[in-house]
Design a protein around this ligand. Structure first.
Ligand SMILES: Nc1ncnc2c1ncn2[C@@H]1O[C@H](COP(=O)(O)OP(=O)(O)OP(=O)(O)O)[C@@H](O)[C@H]1O
Ligand SMILES: [Mg+2]
Length: 383
């Protein structure tokens, strides 16, 4: 029986079993075709070798679309995201839960859950020196050389990312040995000890022989960072690296990341909900909302001169020591259903500044300065 809505009409969110089967069949057709392309034995280099738009960038996201083909419809998790990560800089990515921050970074590592999750359009260009690779098209074998070596990722949960049945030393050794086949066992161990010391673990020989459960959360996150940095990557992706930690350890870990970044001269893509962390760490900020970038600029531009009503709302919802308020500001309403996105501005229904224009198509990107841009009708005509 169909579920009836308030006015007796069929509820638009309800899917019959027949409809769901039809969607699954169609999804399979689409994902099978993409997977077949990917799984070819020999992929010619021309298909994934490209050029950077600006050789001073380490990564360029260019109109990236990453979709999940689920049984209830297509979830457009990342829907046309473009931004650059310059060499040696930190780019902070902020936005509400579910806006596509993690999926953007997973796309760069080719770690999106396949076959449902697929990059369907756009490029992610990774600077390889002379040439660049378009990551979504890179063959799996080639990708394994990039992960951990050129680009590495530090996840939110250090306990689940470490294997509980192996000693710390063995786990760090494994990564170093994998990417440095010429090293002897003793050299690998020496490098592991050196890495543990670099991330501020005093008793490095002792910790080398410990199991993950013997360490505190902060220590485990240090181990994860040591593993991430073992091969001096040019880009470190840190997805909420300090959310599971308390504030003092958080500050230590951030200091550590910043120092290490300078030591090995890499770039950081820092994903976080915490605007304080962004203000302290980032050079550039990218604000995402419902799978799109709505505003981006230098950290100074975003904090001192936020333009998009969502960014302004985010800044207002940040508690400030010394400012007395009755209630902390919160942005009213919810993010639209990702399966069924409207064709007007995704923020319109929550926006207190919307005008008649906002009923039109999704707003184009408007440049406010060479580094600052915003997608909002309020600034149309302003350059
Ligand atoms: N494997 C998956 N299958 C289906 N949908 C998914 C899958 N992974 C992520 N999504 C959807 O993609 C969207 C973006 O998710 P993502 O994890 O990137 O959010 P996020 O910005 O990192 O959020 P958070 O701040 O909570 O980590 C969400 O709507 C999520 O439900
Ligand atoms: Mg996430």
């Amino acid at each position: 029986m169909a579920i009836l809505g308030k006015k007796g009409k069929k509820d638009s969110n309800y899917l019959s079993a027949k409809e769901s089967r039809r969607i699954s069949r169609e999804n399979r057709k689409i994902t099978d075709a993409i997977e077949k392309q990917r799984n070819r034995k020999h992929i010619p280099r021309e298909e994934y070798v490209t050029k950077m738009r600006d050789p001073n960038n380490i990564v360029e996201f260019d109109n990236l679309h990453t979709y999940f083909f689920t049984d209830i419809g297509t979830v457009k998790s990342v829907d046309g995201v473009s931004f650059d990560i310059p060499k040696g800089k930190t780019v902070g990515v902020v936005g509400e839960s579910g806006c596509g921050k993690s999926v953007t970074s997973l796309s760069l590592m080719q770690l999106v859950q396949r076959p449902q999750g697929q990059v369907v359009e756009g490029e992610i260009r990774l600077n390889m020196g002379e040439e660049a690779y378009n990551i979504p098209k890179v063959p799996i074998r080639e990708m394994q050389k990039i992960r951990g070596n050129k680009v590495s990722m530090i996840f939110q949960e250090p306990m689940t990312s470490l294997n509980p049945v192996f000693r710390i030393g063995a786990q760090v050794d494994e990564i170093i040995a994998l990417h440095n086949k010429e090293m002897s066992k003793e050299e690998v161990k020496a490098r592991t000890i050196e890495m543990l010391e670099m991330v501020g673990i005093a008793n490095s020989e002792g910790v080398y022989n410990m199991y993950p459960h013997e360490l505190s959360g902060g220590m485990r996150q240090r181990i994860m960072i040591a593993m991430g940095l073992a091969c001096s990557p040019q880009l470190i992706i840190a997805d909420e690296p300090t959310t599971a930690l308390d504030v003092t350890i958080q500050a230590q870990i951030l200091d550590l990341l910043r120092n290490l970044k300078d030591q090995i001269n890499s770039s950081i893509m820092l994903i976080t909900h915490d605007l304080g962390v962004i203000a302290e760490m980032a050079d550039y900020v990218v604000v995402m909302y419902a799978g799109r970038v709505i505003e981006k600029g230098t950290v100074h531009e975003i904090f001192k001169d936020p333009r998009h009503p969502y960014t302004i709302g985010l800044m207002n919802s940040k508690p400030v020591v010394g400012r007395k308020v009755d209630r902390l500001y919160s942005i009213p309403g919810n993010v639209p259903n990702p399966v069924d996105m409207p064709d007007y501005c995704y923020f319109r229904d929550r926006c207190d500044q919307c005008t008649a224009k906002c009923d039109g198509a999704y707003p184009a990107e408007i440049r406010i300065s060479p580094t600052h841009s915003v997608s909002c009708y309020l600034y149309e005509g302003e350059v």
